[in-house]
Design a protein around this ligand. Structure first.
Ligand code: COA
Ligand code: AMP
Length: 640
């Protein structure tokens, strides 16, 4: 790492590399421990080691109780702002502790104890945070499933996590419709082989759910009864290495990966990131406009701001349409947020509706200091636009569900480094990032390759996959021995700046949501009229990428292809969910293949994106690519 960079970053990064034990034991002092760790890392546990192997603590105590018992009792912990329901609510740390301790007592009555899993299928309402924190209080492991996933995806997660209890709401509210969750939950439990013992259902006034007798309980009634009896559950100290949550993310096969997050390492890394990366102090307001269904929401809506004693903003709305492109600026202004964290897609959506940034001027943003972006590649145009209209640092930072906190970013709290548009700046402490060639050898600066992280991963990153050390090894550690394979391609320049160029696997990023094209292909292939198919991500000016499916019908099929295409779009929506944004299904006579039968997806993508392409030497029949180009053109698909 070049020492020539300004600010404290070079010295801090070097300290973490030189003596990780001392660095992370020091970072861990930001937490309350029931048993303080005597050492930071044990290389002999787990697939590559475990952090704080002899420490004990409780995540809920660190996020809630220690503030509620101290000077922050009356400080707002959560500012809930829901333009889709016209509701605002402020919850102090004292009130949060009461809500969480009471709900934890309800969960304990349902048999939930340390190590048990609890699945949450909830929209962005305060009760979702109460649920996550109540699990943490009991030492139980939460697994939140994003509301835009369909019943089938929920069923897969039920079977893998095997939760004792499910926490769900009757519905989520999208600007164009109310999404009834309960029928999806019932369908998922119907098909899953694992059946939870109980479901606690939060009835929202917009859509009442029919409760299933014997299994479902009314959330409000259960909490009211526990409160009337004055019952509260206390925080259960757990090992720092105990799982705090399992969060499923798209893998390269249809089966999602259950990313395990430990307790101590995670909270230590988050606590370090708040002042040093985001430049935020305790008592300030932090606004992450993501969703609790994603890792960004777990880390920067829930745990990091609360552990750091900040006020967190819980926003149930969209960047545009609820009601307009000034929505995020309104919330920043009303909550006094010093930092906003969102996805580049949100910025593109705002820019499209308010190209001159006039809405920014409608609000008092005097407290606001910085905008952070992540989840997908931030296009330099949008970053430059945001810098211009906001007149504040706009920081692109890179991370993955697996890492739990940023791998690279511009550490505002240590002194802002020069911004290079298109780059996600420098690695955070503990991340020894290298670019490797196909043989696993480091390449010189400015040379593209796979981005890999030298083991061990820093605290906060996944120690393993749920129930499978072996899948952890084969998915991430086997390709390049001694490294974690990020499956992202990129370059590092002579200043140590990292640029992330795209995935090396079949994952695509649609509106900041991570999706597997392989998973979509499996759904299309399940249609009785489909002989074979290929799904690629094609460039989209709003969502970054959108999926496009090419299908070859079975020879004997005599039905109208347009009708089959409509069925395929509906099938992906039904089986994966609306979040897949799968709206383009094209029947084509043939798929382009190599002589050995491999589908030429990368070439198809270049054609769809109107990028220069060369004829692959191994192609079986070159005329198939013309057919693909013609069918895209005929439908007006693809952006130059
Ligand atoms: N529950 C149910 N359905 C959901 C949902 C949820 N929580 N979230 C999204 N959906 C649905 C949407 O309603 C939409 O359905 P539709 O096909 O009927 O319109 C579909 O899933 C696709 O959603 P999305 O891709 O998000 O597009 P959108 O048109 O609703 O919104 C943006 C566009 C730009 C406003 C939106 O994508 C956005 O806010 N993106 C930011 C993403 C983000 O914060 N990611 C987190 C990573 S940091
Ligand atoms: P997720 O696990 O949903 O957070 O998605 C992780 C993937 O999103 C990464 O592997 C990258 O491909 C992509 N990604 C996240 N942040 C960035 C960023 N700042 N720049 C480029 N790609 C990003």
């Amino acid at each position: 790492m070049p020492a020539s960079l300004p600010g404290r970053y070079p010295e801090v990064y070097a300290a973490a590399s030189r003596d990780p034990e001392a660095f992370w034991l020091d970072a861990a002092k930001a937490l309350d421990w029931s048993t303080a760790p005597s050492r930071a890392f044990d290389a002999d546990q787990g697939p590559y080691g475990r952090w704080f192997p002899d420490g004990e603590l409780n995540a809920c105590h660190n996020a809630v109780d220690r503030h509620a018992e101290g000077a922050r009792a009356d400080q707002a912990a959560i500012r809930y702002d829901s333009p889709v329901t016209g509701t605002k609510r402020t919850i102090t740390y004292g009130e949060l502790r009461d809500e969480v301790a009471t709900l934890a007592a309800v969960l304990a009555d349902l048999g939930v104890a340390r190590g048990d899993r609890v699945l949450l299928y909830m929209p962005m309402v305060p009760e979702a945070l109460f649920g996550m924190l109540a699990c943490a209080r009991l030492g139980a492991v939460h697994s939140v499933v994003f509301g835009g996933f369909a019943a089938n995806e929920l069923a897969v997660r039920l079977d893998d996590a095997r939760p004792k209890v499910v926490l769900a709401a009757s519905c989520g509210i999208e600007p164009n419709r109310t999404v009834a969750y309960k029928p999806l939950l019932d369908a998922a439990i119907g098909t899953a082989s694992h059946k939870p013992e109980a479901c606690l259902i939060l009835q929202r006034p917009h859509c009442a759910a029919q409760l299933t007798e014997g299994r479902d309980r009314d959330w409000a009634e259960a909490v009211a009864a526990a409160r009337a009896e004055g019952r509260r559950a206390e925080c259960v100290p757990v090992a720092a290495t105990d799982p705090l949550y399992v969060l499923y993310t798209s893998g390269t096969t249809g089966k999602p990966k259950g990313v395990v997050r430990d307790t101590g390492g995670y909270l230590a890394a988050l606590a370090w990131s708040m002042p040093n990366l985001y430049g935020v102090a305790p008592g300030e307001t932090y606004f992450c406009a993501s969703d609790i269904g994603w890792v960004v929401g777990h880390s920067y809506i829930v745990y990091a701001p609360l552990v750091h004693g900040c006020t967190t903003v819980l926003y149930e709305g969209k960047p545009v349409g609820t009601p307009d492109a000034g929505a995020l600026w309104r919330v920043v202004s009303e909550t006094g947020a010093v930092c906003l964290f969102t996805a580049p897609t949100a910025l593109r959506a705002i820019k499209k509706e308010d190209p001159r940034g006039e809405r920014v001027g409608d609000h008092d943003l005097s407290a606001f200091r910085s905008l952070f972006l992540a989840g997908e590649r931030a296009d330099p145009d949008s970053v430059a636009w945001a810098e211009r209209v906001l007149d504040r640092p706009v920081i692109d930072h890179w991370w993955q569900t697996e890492t739990g906190w940023p791998i690279a970013g511009n550490p505002l709290g240590l002194g802002l480094l020069p911004v290079k548009h298109g780059s996600t700046c420098v690695p955070m402490p503990g991340y020894r990032v290298e670019i490797l060639d196909e043989g696993g050898k480091p390449v010189p600066p400015d040379t593209m390759g796979t981005i890999a992280i030298r083991l061990p991963l820093p605290p906060g990153c996944l120690p393993t996959l749920w129930g499978s050390d072996e899948r952890m090894r084969s998915s991430y550690l086997a390709t390049f021995p001694g490294y974690y394979d990020t499956s992202d391609a990129g370059v590092i320049d002579a200043d140590g700046y990292i640029t992330v160029l795209g995935r090396t696997d079949d994952i695509i990023n649609v509106a900041g949501h991570r999706l597997s094209t392989g998973g979509m292909e499996a759904v299309l292939a399940g249609h009785p009229d489909v002989a074979e198919c290929a799904v690629i991500g094609i460039r989209d000016s709003l969502k970054g990428e959108v999926p496009c499916g090419f299908v070859v019908l079975k020879a004997q099929v005599a039905r109208d292809p347009a009708e089959i295409e409509r069925e395929l779009v509906a099938k992906v929506r039904d089986e994966i969910g609306p979040v897949a944004a799968f709206k383009l299904a094209l029947t084509v006579p043939r798929l382009p293949k190599t002589r050995s039968g491999k589908i030429l997806r990368a070439t198809m993508k270049r054609i769809a994106d109107h990028e220069p392409w060369t004829m692959p030497a191994t192609i079986d029949d070159a005329s198939v690519l013309d057919e693909i180009g013609a069918s895209l053109e005929q439908r007006g698909i693809g952006e130059a």
